[in-house]
Design a protein around this ligand. Structure first.
Ligand SMILES: [Zn+2]
Length: 354
């Protein structure tokens, strides 16, 4: 640790940082709070290189998921290990690491089965829209890059933490295979990276559903072969038309509304699969309708930890450039403007520089 900094902290007494805190609908503040520190011996403290705003942050921001008390926001992160607890074995200060939005021991039965986001010791991260972050279960949650990354790679590495990992899980859960036809419902950042994932997993045809020109353009860049602008039943009809009346083999549901979920299920062929990663809000499925669709459903909070080594390698080797999904970069102290830009759909995804 830097001696000068240590002295300054001692002079100031209690260490503080400034980060994003949500107080209520559309009331996000950048304010001082106590600096994270090692609490458990399995913790690590990271100095973040970049963080960002997630589509799922908009649910509480819009008041759709109410917050009971002022809540530190942010769960996507990457940065330099500053300090580790006594029990941390695999990491050391100075390494660049990326972790999932869900912590995991990476040793329990669920972790061993590839479902680290259902780890028996799982905690959902928050407070990452800040310069410093405490990560519990550091050994099982964080993965280090081979070396310190070049600055221009950091946005792509940051996507691995959630938005790419989640889009990737949507494609895996939808059983995208070489030669198959995939449909992506949702043109937010997760959907766009779902397009990238489907392409990487070998889909021959990737149909993106979007009515926004800038998002359509990015979808094409990530590998979309077709764009469908219709929604709901009209969207389903268009998918049927494009697949000779059959429906798609694999559908990635990346929104979480009743309309998007039904659109996904009805666009899938009998025997096909829907991978759903949009956090459901008011989704209710009719058992009998579902029974006759013959469609497989699999989804949930993405076990990003399962994919971290593979996705870091794809970014590191330059095979993918998912950081393209950030179309607005702001200093962290302008986080409120970042939320507004995403809420008003002026930005696809906002990167924040601490
Ligand atoms: Zn576990």
């Amino acid at each position: 640790m830097n001696t000068q900094r240590t002295m300054n902290r001692q002079t100031m007494g209690r260490q503080t940082i400034r980060g994003a805190v949500l107080y209520g609908p559309r009331d996000i503040r950048f304010e001082e709070r106590e600096a994270p520190r090692i609490v458990e011996p399995t913790d690590a403290i990271l100095r973040l290189s970049a963080t960002c705003i997630c589509g799922s942050d908009l649910w509480p921001y819009r008041g759709i998921s109410p917050v009971a008390e002022p809540t530190p926001m942010g769960h996507e992160y990457c940065g330099i290990v500053e300090e580790v607890g006594k029990a941390v074995k695999s990491l050391r200060p100075g390494q660049f690491v990326i972790g999932s939005f869900a912590t995991s021991d990476n040793t329990c039965a669920h972790c061993g089965y590839g479902y680290q986001s259902s780890c028996v010791h799982r905690e959902f991260m928050s407070g990452a829209q800040a310069p410093v972050l405490r990560v519990p279960l550091a050994d099982g949650t964080l993965v280090a890059t081979p070396e310190l990354p070049p600055a221009d790679m950091i946005p792509s590495l940051l996507t691995v933490s959630d938005v790419l990992g989640t889009g990737w899980f949507a494609a895996v859960a939808a059983d995208v295979q070489p030669g198959k036809t995939a449909v992506v419902v949702g043109d937010g950042a997760v959907g766009l990276l779902g397009v990238l994932a489907a392409k990487q997993l070998g889909a021959e045809r990737v149909i993106a559903m979007s009515r926004h020109p800038a998002r359509q353009q990015l979808a094409r860049e990530f590998g979309a072969t077709d764009i469908v602008t219709e929604r709901g039943d009209a969207g389903v009809a268009r998918i049927k038309e494009l697949t000779k009346g059959v429906g798609a083999d694999a559908v990635l549901e990346c929104v979480g509304t009743q309309e998007s979920m039904l659109q996904a299920i009805h666009a899938t062929r009998p025997g096909g699969s829907v991978g759903y990663v949009g956090v459901p809000h008011g989704v209710e499925l009719n058992g009998e309708d579902l029974f006759y669709t013959h469609v497989r459903l699999h989804g949930g909070p993405a076990p990003v930890r399962r994919f971290l080594p593979e996705l870091i390698e794809l970014v590191w080797s330059g095979k993918i450039n998912p950081g393209r999904v950030f179309d607005l970069t702001l200093p962290l102290d302008q986080v409120a403007e970042g939320y507004r830009a995403m809420d008003e759909r002026r930005a696809i995804k906002v990167l924040l520089r601490p």
